[in-house]
Design a protein around this ligand. Structure first.
Ligand SMILES: [Zn+2]
Length: 255
């Protein structure tokens, strides 16, 4: 199937239909070109070649999970768009709120069991590293949805013990990154930190870079990051019904 998606001799329409059928049959996920009907989110539809390119990237990334992973965790739909933005309210004057438009890479609704992913046309040459990462990020938000409060508590207490080095979750995603957080955006909340961790787990190059960073991190930060890393490993093991074990990660890192 991936060969067909890469082969320019196959017409877009036929290839897209085949890819969507394969994703639906293999993973139980329906894929759509365009936005759903969420009141605070806007985006525009993809051209045929952009949709084809998106499906190629998505199929490559989904293939890293066990086939039944998405049925088991009830991820049912994915929507792909360009020019994705979310409207948020922001306090400008005392008590007065206005709508603020913010560009984002993806969204997920765990209750609706669906993901919205931004296609970056300008990234075609670099094979969509952000789109690949965001896909895993949003998948993890859905998986976290059911058990979030439990996981949040655990990760907050981890930071409280080491607050001298780590600080706490800032809620902003800006400024210098503490050595105990996986990324600046991860420092905004435990949920975002876990989603950022998932990106690292699923992308071999970034996974290797993280392990190298871990080896050179300050001692206290190393302790916190190692605990988060092993907790994420446990999460994936549970979410996959035992399939994503140490041997699975070893194999993925050899890619
Ligand atoms: Zn997120």
């Amino acid at each position: 199937m991936l060969n067909v998606l890469n082969d320019p001799n196959y017409p877009d329409d036929e290839t897209i239909a085949q890819a969507q059928k394969t994703i639906a049959e293999t993973y139980g996920i329906n894929t759509h070109n365009g936005e759903t009907h969420h009141i605070d989110t806007v985006g525009t539809n993809l051209e045929r070649d952009e949709l084809r390119d998106t499906l190629r990237v998505v199929m490559e990334e989904l293939a890293k999970y066990p086939c039944d992973f998405f049925r088991r965790n009830t991820i049912k739909a994915m929507h792909f768009v360009k020019n994705l933005a979310k409207y948020e309210t922001e306090d400008i004057f005392k008590g007065k709120k206005i709508w603020e438009k913010r560009h984002i890479g993806g969204r997920s609704w765990w209750k609706l069991k669906e993901i919205l992913l931004l296609y970056y046309p300008h990234q075609k040459k670099t094979d969509h590293p952000s789109m690949r990462g965001t896909l895993h990020h949003e998948i993890t938000h859905i998986l976290d949805g059911h058990e979030r409060s439990k996981l949040d508590k655990k990760w907050i207490s981890l930071h409280e013990k080491h607050s001298r080095v780590c600080g706490t979750y800032t809620g902003k995603g800006e400024g210098p990154i503490s050595p105990c957080f996986v990324s600046a955006y991860g420092s905004t909340s435990p949920t975002e930190e876990r989603a950022e961790f998932a990106e690292i787990f699923m992308l071999p190059q970034r996974h290797k870079e993280f392990l190298a960073r871990l080896a050179n991190a300050p001692k206290e930060a190393q302790l916190v990051l190692k605990k988060k890393y092993s907790d994420m490993k446990e999460n994936f093991l549970r979410w996959s019904g035992g399939v994503m074990n140490d041997a699975y990660w070893d194999a993925l890192l050899k890619e």
